[in-house]
Structure formats: C-alpha cells, structure tokens
Design a protein around this ligand. Structure first.
Ligand SMILES: NC(=O)c1ccc[n+]([C@@H]2O[C@H](COP(=O)([O-])OP(=O)(O)OC[C@H]3O[C@@H](n4cnc5c(N)ncnc54)[C@H](O)[C@@H]3O)[C@@H](O)[C@H]2O)c1
Length: 302
C-alpha cells in the first residue's frame, strides 16, 4: 500500500477557512462554515462589502434564531468565529480557501496568483465559480493537485446541494477533504465532471436564457413568463425573477462560458440580457433587473 504523504494528512484536517469575496455567495459560505464550527476569515477588496457582508450574515442568522433553527448561543458563537481581512496575507494560515469573487476569469487568476504567494503550501484552494474550467483555474495556481471546484447554490444557508468538481490534476486527498468539509456543512454533494457550467447551471442557465428570448421576442411579458413557469411547471420562482436573484452579470458570464466552451449557437446569450448588464441593471443586487426593487413591491421593468 502506498504511504500517505505527510502533506496529504495535513490537508485532510480543515479547521480554518478563508473566503475571498463577501458578496451574496461569500457571506453565505462564511455563514454556513462558521455555524458548522470552522474559523472563517472573510476577505473582499471592498471594505464596504465586508461590512455589509457581516450585516447580512448577522441578519440571516437572526432570522434562523427567530425560526428556532439556530440557538442564540450558536448564532453568537458563529459570529465570533468570523474575522474580516482586507488583505490576502491574513489568509496565509487557512487550511482551505474558497474564492467566490466575481465570475471573471482574469480577476480569479489574479487572486490565485496573489493568494498562492502567501498561503501555506499544504492548504487547499477552491473556487465557487459557476462555470469556468477548474482545470484552467488550477493551472493559474502553484498547486493544481490541491485545487478543486466547490460550487455552492444561492442562497447558501438554505440550499442543500454543493457540486464538487475535480480538475484534471486534483488529487484524492483534496477531493476527500472537500467532501468531508461539505458534509460537515450539512449539505449533499453532486460530483460533476469539469465541463462548462457543470451540471446545475448547464441545465438551468439555458432555460433562463430562453425565458429572456421569450421576453425579447415578445412571446410574453415579464409577469406572464414568470407566472407561466411558476404555475405551469411548478417552479418555485419564475425564470426572470430567478435571473434577478442570481445576478444578470453572473447569468451572462455563464452563458458566455457555455457559448465559447461548447461552441454551439444554442448557448448564444440573449441580446436583451447583454443590454441589461450594459445598463448596470444586474437584478436584486443593484435594485433593478427584470424587476425594479426600489419600491414596496417588485415592478416589472418591461
Ligand atoms: N449568484 C449566484 O447565484 C451564484 C451561485 C453559485 C456560485 N456563484 C459564483 O460565486 C461568485 C460570486 O458571485 P456573487 O453572486 O457572490 O457575486 P457578488 O457580485 O454578490 O459578489 C462578488 C464580490 O467579490 C468581490 N471582489 C471582486 N474582486 C475581488 C478581489 N479581487 N478580491 C476580493 N474580492 C473581490 C466584490 O467586491 C463583491 O463583494 C461568482 O464566481 C459566481 O459565479 C454565484
């Protein structure tokens, strides 16, 4: 039997988790990791996003307390386990770092380059990318064998699934340690091969893009399309409402990765999606997308 290298044993023990990006995914990942007992270091380039990320975690934990899903004591302990970091240097002694910054490959590559220069060599580096090749991102690091895709679903505290994606070089100890980490968060794993957008988004995003084409071509208006899929297909949210929830910039990036990665015109991003993103109407996070969220209740923008 092959002896397990010392590095592999160390990698299997995850205690301290770094999260890069304190947006809607980053604060959700920090929330569930801290609640599961991990020490969390949350980083963002924006101090404001760090502040608002913590406020969101506090608010979401408070909601769980009011629903009696979490005790007040566990909430306080979870909040105390999260520290904020404006520099990547503060993540140096993490056992696992999960990158969940914007869905732009050049941003992620730059983060990995800077992170690996300070991070301890045995640490695992993961990306929460929705669509970008794990093998390609791994190649931007000094440790492709310790790199993996850990793809959470939004909203992280509520969704049960996490996709695990191995790059071509990901070793078994990295995969096993990641699987164990996800299990400790109380979530189920679906293993996906490393192809554009993996499983969930490969199926979900073309449906959302088609809903936007349905709007673009005037087949239905925003309300009709969402009502049709909610009442006619029993989807809990309409596809346009869901696109606003995911973020239209993220939706567009995923469609671009599918279009380029699979070279098939069926993945062509709808020009109306491009237009919304160009306008900066990115959905809920900017208060306007297919709906306008600035008033008491969402109003369709078309
Ligand atoms: N939104 C979803 O439904 C969803 C689901 C699963 C995975 N993801 C993936 O998660 C990632 C983040 O998505 P999000 O919805 O949280 O986006 P978001 O726009 O809410 O947050 C992104 C955060 O990254 C920060 N950031 C940007 N550049 C950075 C850098 N260089 N260093 C540190 N922080 C930086 C931004 O300041 C922002 O706070 C993307 O890769 C996305 O594809 C999104």
């Amino acid at each position: 039997m092959r002896a397990v290298p010392v590095d592999d044993i160390m990698a299997a023990v995850i205690k301290k988790v770094g999260v890069i990006g304190a947006g809607q995914m980053g604060n959700g990942i920090a929330h569930v990791a801290a609640l599961a007992g991990f020490d969390v270091v949350l980083n963002d380039i924006s101090a404001d996003r760090l502040k608002s990320g913590m406020a969101t975690i506090n608010g979401n934990l408070a909601r769980q307390v009011s629903k009696k899903a979490v005790s007040e004591d566990d909430k306080n302990k979870a909040m105390a386990r999260i520290s904020l970091a404006e520099k990547l240097d503060d993540l140096a002694d993490c056992d696992l770092v999960i990158e969940t910054a914007v869905e732009k490959e050049e941003v992620k590559r730059k983060i990995f380059h800077e992170l690996c220069a300070v991070l301890k060599p045995e640490a695992i580096v993961a990306s929460d990318t929705s669509s970008i090749s794990i093998t390609r991102l791994a190649a931007a690091t000094d440790r492709p064998e310790r790199f993996i895709g850990i793809h959470f679903m939004n909203p992280v505290p509520l969704m049960e699934l996490v996709e695990l994606i191995r790059g071509i070089a990901t070793d078994d100890s990295t995969f096993e340690a990641s699987k164990e980490f996800v299990a400790k968060l109380g979530k189920q794993v679906a293993v996906s091969e490393d192809f554009p957008a993996f499983i969930v988004n490969r199926i979900l995003l073309p449906m959302i893009n088609e809903a936007i084409y349905t709007l673009y071509e005037g087949v239905g208006n925003v309300e009709a399309i969402d009502a049709a899929m909610k009442l006619g297909a029993h989807h809990p949210m309409g596809p346009l409402e869901l696109a606003d929830f995911i973020g239209l910039d993220t939706c567009l990036s995923i469609m671009q990765v599918l279009h380029e990665g699979l070279a098939d015109s069926k993945y062509r991003p709808c020009p109306l999606l491009v237009k919304y993103v160009e306008a900066g109407w990115l959905g809920r996070k900017t208060q306007r997308g297919f709906y306008d969220y600035r008033g008491a209740k969402p109003v369709p923008t078309r």
